[in-house]
Design a protein around this ligand. Sequence first.
Ligand code: ME8
Length: 534
Amino acid sequence: RTYVDYRPKNVYLTTPIFYVNAGPHIGHLYTASLADALARYNRMLGHQVFLSTGTDEHGNKVSDAANANNLSPQNYTDKISGLFKDMCDNFDISYSNFIRTTDLRHHEAVNHFWITLKENGHLYLGKYSGWYCVSDEAFVPESELLEKVSNSKTIKVSAASGNLVQWMEEDNYKFKLSSMQDDLKYWLKNVKAVEPIKFHKILSSWIEEGSCLEDLSVSRPVSRAPWGIKVPNDNSHTIYVWLDALVSYLTSLGYPKNQEFAKFWPPTVQIIGKDILKFHGVYWPAFSMAAGLDPPRTLLCHSHWTVDDEKMSKSKGNVVSPSEAAKLFTADGLRYFLLREAVPHSDANYSEDKIRKILNAELADTLGNLVSRCMGKALNPGKIIPEPCERHAKTLGSDEALKLVESLENLSSIAHNHYNDFNLHSVVDIVMQSLFFANKMIDHHKPWALAKQTDNSEAQEKLESVLALGLEAARLGSLILTPIIPRLTSHLLDFLNVPSNARMWDNTKYLNTGRNNQINTPKQQDYAFFKKLR
Ligand code: ME8
């Protein structure tokens, strides 16, 4: 058995702050849902959790989008940032703070951070000439460029993103990234610094090789990048958007003064997509350490969503909007699909057909069916919830009942390990397996026939045992899935009369219901279980 550490901890989780050059899509929702599920799981363990999310609102990419929409940058960012906040609210992302980089307190934090880097001797004024990619907001070394023919002209693009680069010459403040190699190597000695291991290896080889460790331009002339935070004491420069954006992880906690900052720093898990691994795995720990702060304990890097096996992109017109998808599948249905389908180490594919199949088979036919059978008129007209106990499996005495009990006994510790390893798809698998065994057990004992034998006490005892074990499986499954589908499971747990103070991880052990009374009768409310989709 695994040992579950219930000593209260302070857990700081973050999502990237999303660019407001366009509205949210399912990739953003996936990252936010993953972070939220981990936050809820940690709260179930009794930890204090701070979850930060928000929007990244400076830089030419954003001001260009504002221009294209005939809005001032501030009006435009207010509007799009609102869409991201709505997404978080509509999908129950339980953030503690939604940070916007146009917030005044963020400007103050960035100023403080910059001055600290300067005082620590990590910044100098230098010259830069090179290829700049506006879409990626980054300079691209010659070795990472490709030539492409577009409209019969040869152009240069970034090999990584495929986006156009242009030649640029200017004075910049530079960060001494080249001096941070040893610190970065030391940070990466911890295999848990970057998960899954695939991304740890990629990052380690970049840092070993050192090609990404040239000193980094961290300012732009204000004439070229007016929409940004000014360099302290030098109005002719704005701060590089990535430095600005990364500091938001500090601002969210109230850096530098707030007590929350002292309590929650360093971040426990920072969740990112693989597109921004370099920024979070090289620049971010380097900036943090240069400012005298601990780097994140773990970066959780996930792969990407494709749509019908193609990369999501506006030009292909296949960008899936979370609010549109929720109209078809509900908010919890979509969270369930995203978190059960994706694995951190490889890309996942979004397809409406697949969503329908998975939701019907798992939420409707397995979880919903189990609850509605056990609480339905045919088997349980009084909606009785018998207290589950050891004797029920003995009363039934079948292989099906024993198999179910065995899986329920192990469920909590296996699911705990999967949550700790960030493998939410495996959490879902193991829960569904138990629920499948529960339905099998019910099929085997034919409780609809037992229910008819009202004057046969043995049959009635068996019926009670079938219901007790079936409902115990539903209780455990609902509790363990709570971080993934909080709304649906909260309805189910209400329906199963599970008190709100008995919904902690400790209660996910078999027979640990947190109830005192023997028999419970739920309120006669009409709860909708997950409805089958057509
Ligand atoms: O990069 N599949 O913002 P962004 C899965 N502002 N996740 C995806 C995805 C996809 N197809 N597309 C995007 C930025 N994401 C910066 C971050 S942080 C200090 C600054 C998710 O709006 C994924 O988490 O481009 C990815 O890393 C993030 O959105 C990029 O969001």
